[in-house]
Design a protein around this ligand. Structure first.
Ligand code: NAD
Length: 503
């Protein structure tokens, strides 16, 4: 691998013009290993002036890159795909060291990110336009899709590799320069990805990493040379990004938070449903935007479902994500762990039945660990139901009928993902048709679309109208142009063309 420049300090630097660049703002933030609670490094936090300088290099790179042939772009993407695949283990270890998720999960997010790179290798096909010969007499009409220039991605802590890959693979394939502002909580994966892009042959400046917090984000939102913003994170920030970005005339897709429900019907395969719900509720310590956080149990299935979930929890091991045999790692920060633990008490105080209490489990004392919690008899006005907890807390809401469960899901402000567990095709069909949620699973707990579809929720889970990656990602990162063309009939030309002027 190209060793462009080794880090000069334990401060995590920016990546500008194909090299690590130290921050100059004088501001940094600590980065922790959530499994030990120790500060392992600091990350530079860019000032508006540093963002401006980084965007300027991206502008120059974008002007060149838009002219790169489709076959050259595809070749770079193929090389990048190979490198990412070959070095998955190293990147997974980096993710686990700063995020805390288990290594298999970290490798899993890279695999899902890789799908997006594979999709983008098809850019020669994806950018094909339409052509209508003889739309009018002697007139042809055809369409083009052209890059926007410099586009930015602002990403959350919970998928430090996958979410940037959702964005940058398509953005770069379409001929744009991409500026990434990763989460300051786990920033190192972005630099590893930057080095792989360089090694794959991507020209310097086409992929930039600028670390930072609100100051850097605002500088991107206000920068006149940033044409589009892709954001993934919590709902209040998504709304803010959308409003400020669009007020500045940018294209914005801003994906927000979630409260994903599973509707379990009385005829469901209980083992399948319980296995699926346990892995979707507690995997990655519940810090997934597609995690299931509410199981809606219809009628007589409730008691059996609660028992089946409860019985599965003791066999799951909580520990450092780097330890073999660990099923669930720590949460991202101490504050977040404490906030999640606070919801368990709030749920109990509000009348929920604490079937399994994560605060009482035997978990490592160092680090930001919390055990798995199962709450039963949760009702819609409780904060454990209304709020996105983003931790290993599963609430069971009991309803009497399918319609009651569907109405509950449809009345929620969030609408990212949902799932139904049933053996009844008619019920499943009615559910997928009537549920007001962007991504739907039928006996599938985490229905993240494959890369050739697009990812996005409805309502407060998405601000903007374009979903992320897949065909909608290609549209987001390009502008359409339609050419209407008429050429004089050669027969009417008075110039000697060197061939007979007849048809
Ligand atoms: P977050 O909203 O706190 O941060 C996301 C990004 O915004 C980070 O890069 C952060 O630096 C930046 N940011 C934070 N506060 C800001 C502010 N005041 N002004 C400007 N920028 C700011 O989210 P997070 O805690 O990193 O991630 C977890 C959240 O992301 C959860 O709500 C989760 O549901 C959501 N998420 C959603 C999806 C989805 O596809 N819908 C996917 C992953 C995560």
């Amino acid at each position: 691998m190209t060793n462009t420049s080794a880090p000069t300090t334990s401060t995590i630097e920016h990546w500008i013009s194909g090299a690590r660049v130290p921050g100059s703002s004088g501001r940094t933030a600590p980065v922790h290993d959530p499994a030990t609670g120790q500060v392992t490094s600091h990350v530079a936090l860019a000032s508006a002036a540093e963002v401006d300088a980084a965007v300027k290099t991206a502008v120059a790179a974008a002007e060149e890159w838009r002219s790169a042939s489709l076959s050259r772009r595809a070749a770079v993407l193929f090389s990048f795909r190979e490198l990412l695949h070959a070095r998955t283990g190293e990147l997974a270890a980096i993710i686990t060291s700063e995020h805390g998720k288990v290594l298999a999960d970290a490798a899993g997010e890279i695999a899902r990110g890789l799908e997006n790179v594979e999709f983008a290798t098809g850019v020669p096909q994806l950018l094909k336009g339409g052509f209508s010969e003889q739309a009018s007499a002697g007139v042809d009409v055809y369409s083009l899709r052209q890059p926007l220039g410099v586009v930015a991605g602002i990403t959350p802590f919970n998928f430090p590799a996958m979410v940037p890959l959702w964005m940058c693979a398509n953005a770069i394939a379409c001929g744009n320069a991409f500026v990434l502002k990763p989460s300051e909580k786990d920033p190192s994966a972005s630099l590893f990805i930057a080095e792989l892009w360089k090694e794959a042959g991507l020209p310097d400046g086409v992929f930039t990493v600028i670390h930072g917090d609100k100051e850097a984000v605002d500088a991107l939102l206000d920068h006149e040379d940033v044409a589009a913003i892709s954001f993934v994170g919590s709902t209040p920030i998504a709304k803010y990004i959308y409003e400020r970005g669009t007020a500045n005339g940018k294209r914005v897709q801003a994906l927000g938070g979630a409260k994903n429900h599973a509707l379990v019907l009385p005829d469901a395969d209980l083992d399948l449903a319980a296995d699926a719900i346990v892995s979707a509720a507690y995997g990655a310590a519940g810090e997934r935007c597609m995690a299931l956080s509410v199981a809606v149990a219809v009628g007589e299935v409730a008691d059996g479902l609660v028992s089946a979930i409860r019985d599965r929890l003791p066999s799951l091991t909580v520990g450092a994500g780097s330890e073999p045999g660990t099923d669930m790692g720590p949460l991202i920060t101490r504050e977040h762990r404490d906030r999640v633990a606070g919801y368990i008490g709030a749920g109990a105080d509000a009348g929920a039945k604490v079937v399994v209490d994560g605060r009482e489990q035997d978990v490592p004392q160092d680090g930001f660990f919390l055990g798995m919690t199962l709450l039963d008899e949760v009702t819609p006005e409780m904060t454990v139901y209304t709020d996105e907890i983003f931790g290993p807390v599963l609430s069971v809401v009991r309803v009497s009928t399918f319609d009651e469960g569907l109405a509950l899901i449809n009345s929620n402000q969030y609408a990212n993902g949902t799932a139904i567990f049933t053996r009844d095709g008619g019920a499943a069909r009615k559910f997928k048709n009537e549920v007001e949620v962007g991504m739907v699973g039928i006996n599938v707990p985490i229905p993240v679309p494959v890369a050739y579809y697009s990812f996005g929720g409805w309502k407060d889970s998405l601000f903007g109208d374009t979903h992320m990656y897949g065909p909608e990602g290609i549209n987001f990162y390009t502008r359409g142009k339609v050419v209407t063309e008429r050429w004089p009939d050669p027969a009417t030309s008075t110039v000697d063309l060197g061939f007979p002027r007849t048809r």
